[in-house]
Design a protein around this ligand. Structure first.
Ligand SMILES: Nc1ncnc2c1ncn2[C@@H]1O[C@H](COP(=O)(O)OP(=O)(O)OP(=O)(O)O)[C@@H](O)[C@H]1O
Ligand SMILES: [Mg+2]
Length: 279
């Protein structure tokens, strides 16, 4: 397979028993691009990023990340990627600084580089004053920020972010979005984001893929996707592509029922009136 892409997969598939979580996924993501993987709950987004980061094994197909095979060269894949998991585990008895030192050491970074990066990241995420507090005392959003620091500490070439702004307050979410766009535009990083936030995806992503039941349904720039289904914005396009627009059918069914109900009530009222008159 070609090494010209930051992420390249061919028929990548992952089953969990009978559940086909990722179904023959073929992606070609150039270096320096921001890619957004969208899809309903259970569509296979998290499974895809876990497979690509060599955290869980694939069932079949092939994938190269940064030109490295995710199975044969999994250590190299881990060294060049930063990964923000969907439900990160943190060592609650460590302070934020200790945790980030530990992560920096896993990447064999020199001590002075680790210290400098930690201070820079804590500053960026507004956590300087809390850096020596135990993580068990952190709020959900603060934990999310520490995990983002951990994903960024070795200045990765390719960054995977599974729901990067979840639990963040609006100001922190804005900061993370600006950071993502700076990483891509100025530092030439490849960023792969899984998100449900369609406005953020439209703003940040050069390419979007929409996955449903493990299968890639459509891929393109936000504009291409919107135009291809004649939608007014990305949310409208997403709802059309994922079939979620059947909510309109549900509402129509509800209206119909309401109308029937009202007609029934009207008929009953008329019957009562007629009965009254005849008495
Ligand atoms: N460890 C696991 N064991 C069994 N099934 C799993 C496992 N992880 C994921 N799955 C299944 O794989 C499918 C895809 O799940 P995944 O977590 O990748 O979805 P997702 O697109 O990230 O959803 P969400 O938007 O809710 O985060 C689901 O049917 C899920 O139940
Ligand atoms: Mg997920």
């Amino acid at each position: 397979m070609s090494k010209a892409y930051a992420i390249k997969t061919q028929d990548l598939t992952k089953n969990f028993g009978k559940v086909l979580a990722v179904n023959k996924l073929s992606l070609q993501i150039p270096y320096g691009k921001t890619y957004g993987l969208l899809g309903p709950n259970g569509a296979g987004k998290t499974t895809t990023v876990r497979v690509l980061n060599a955290i869980i094994s694939k069932t079949s197909g092939d994938a190269l990340v940064g030109g490295y095979d995710i199975i044969a060269e999994s250590e190299k894949v881990k060294m060049i990627c930063g990964f923000l998991p969907e439900s990160p585990g943190l060592y609650s008895k460590l302070t934020a600084r200790e945790f980030l030192e530990f992560i920096g050491e896993l990447y064999y970074l020199p001590r002075d580089v680790i210290s400098a990066r930690i201070e820079e990241l804590l500053e960026m995420f507004n956590l300087v004053g809390r850096g020596n507090d135990l993580l068990e005392g952190y709020s959900r959003g603060m934990k999310q920020k520490v995990c983002l620091c951990a994903a960024l500490i070795q200045d990765p070439k390719i960054l995977f972010l599974d729901e990067p702004t979840s639990n963040l307050d609006p100001a922190a979410a804005r900061m993370v979005k600006d950071l993502i766009s700076e990483l891509a535009r100025k530092a030439d990083k490849t960023v792969f984001i899984c998100t449900h936030l369609l406005d953020a995806a439209e703003e940040l992503c050069d390419i979007i893929g929409i996955i449903v039941d493990g299968e890639l349904k459509i891929e393109g720039t936000p504009k291409e996707i919107i135009e291809s289904v004649g939608a007014k914005d990305l949310e409208d396009a997403y709802l059309k592509i994922t079939g979620a627009s059947h909510i309109n059918d549900l509402l129509a069914w509800r209206d119909e029922n309401l109308n029937n109900h009202e007609t029934k009530n009207k008929k009953q009222r008329n019957r009562k009136k007629r009965n009254k008159k005849s008495r």
